[in-house]
Design a binder for this molecule. Sequence first.
Ligand SMILES: [Zn+2]
Length: 155
Amino acid sequence: MPTPTPPLCPVHRTPMTPKISAFGPWFLCVEPDCDYRVSADRRTGEPLGTPTDAAGREARKRAHAAFDALWRRDYEGNSRRRSRCYRWLASVLGLTEAECHIARFDVARCDEVVRAVQALTAGRADWRGVLLSARFDPPRDSAEAEKGTPEWGLA
Ligand SMILES: [Zn+2]
């Protein structure tokens, strides 16, 4: 297995320690009272997203629950639908598609995801048609998009 570069704890700025659990590899902070961690890819050992604390993990779960419902409904293995939903989300959040990963979002950004999904679906019967047929043009300039994306969620 290649040796991944450990992410830094956003609070302590120290390299995090790799661990293996029943759920796969992950990184945790060496400081005893620090709750920041991030799971890692089983194959490469690279961190999947940015380290976050319990509040951040809960926020990411809420965002995934709201967002995944968009593309999972009547999904039937239609991966174009999934990528279209991601394109919509990137467009709404002003991110490039490469930057649009809930595993990298902070609490505020996750709440934005939930609100965006609610705004899309609330009180309009045609939201699926709008979502699945519209063109989305997220920003291509990553420097521009990163201004609105705090890396560590410590706002
Ligand atoms: Zn820490």
